[in-house]
Design a protein around this ligand. Sequence first.
Ligand code: ZN
Length: 496
Amino acid sequence: MADVQVRSDRLLKRLMKRTNTFAVQPLSDDGEQLLRDLLDASAALWNEINYQRLMRYNDEDGFEGDVWDADTGALEGKYKGVLGASTAQQVIRKNSEAWCGFFDTKNKYHDESNTSVTEHPKPPGFRGNEDDGRQLKTVIRNTSYTVEWGERSRLEILVGSELKDRYDHTGRLRLEIAGDPNWPDYEKQGRLDLWYDETDSTFRASQPVTITDARDTPLADETAALDIGANNLVACTTTTGEQYLYEGRELFQRFRETTREIARLQSKLEDGRYSSERIRRLYRKRTRRRDHAQEALCRDLLERLYADGVDAVYIGGLTDVLETHWSVETNAKTHNFWAFKQFTDRLACTAEEYGISVEVRSEAWTSQECPQCGSTDRTTRHKDTLTCPCSFEGHADLTASETFLRRHQNSGSFDWRMRREASRQRHTEKAVRPMARPVSSEIGDFRDAENAQRFRARFEWDDHEWSESPRSHRPKEQRTDPSTVHRNGNVASGES
Ligand SMILES: [Zn+2]
């Protein structure tokens, strides 16, 4: 019955929204100047319409009506020569959407039954300012650009006739695309965002696309539990006995350095100023770095889980942590830096591609619980190590994910070795990822025999990818002792 349900589910064709983000490069100096003019004029148009609306919102003298009474037609007429009519319309429309979003959030703020908005929202802002210049940015209608993916991928965008005359250009402006898209095959494309990223002097574009369901089907029905934290971003245990640890210290260190620099710059601002282009740039840089690492982590982890045959992932919610033993600093750390909600959303989206379900469970926190004797008040955590007078000693976050996993096991017990064997066979069959990984020394902080059987991988972020650290632990297969009794008291496979 359940099986039939799953099968018919698989046949359903679903449409999903995704986004391709890529860097683009003009082909000549003239091309670059033209592009800059286009982006600058778009920002100028945005600022003009936004000014018209803000003045009306603030009831300034000389501005009649509400924000929707601003004369968008006149502005479109003024800018369509440079931008092309469709782009002028898109910029105005995007500004309208920003105002709609603002009003919507404001309503939620004033609605007492709605607790999702706790700070009074600010009206849409301007693109840049007088001191630092405008932020180069535009938005292009889905029919006003084309993308060709291939060995030499390229983007072509519509430009206004005045710009063409200015640069003696004909047709659309062609830009070279760097890198490969995540979603090269799609049903249709949406409105393109195109901007200049000052943090690394690069033009970038994001292209929303609608794709048909490309979900994989899980290879088995294994489960994984994640513990999300600040020092170790993710600690994961699966029912096949694999453990994965993604280290976040260095990443956080850099996040904190940037935050300090922002604070330093803010303290030097003149009275009445709250930000500067330099500060905004640092914020953007900080966010982008985190998002990149998060995205890569989701991808890396889910590929591994998929290969392990996992079809369900449980994430330990952080709600309870906040009131218990985590320090204020750790909480701030996790919230600002890791953006828990954003991370779980991202994880769920990536998991969807693999057909893996994600569930956030916020219940009694497991991080202090001894897996050996069940005590929660006798254990001590020092840095990454959890110790208990009963002789247990282990990695605190990995242990937490393991305890968490055990709680959500339907069967109540699971047999690591048997499942691992099945999982390994799947790996071999599918050759999902290279099995030749660096041979590594054991981590010193594991004692019990069962732990020694387990595959435990640590990953470090190097700004581009998560790679396995030499501190990973790979059990030697010949050491497998079938008589090892599971901590729960259940006898492992090979025994009865
Ligand atoms: Zn204990």
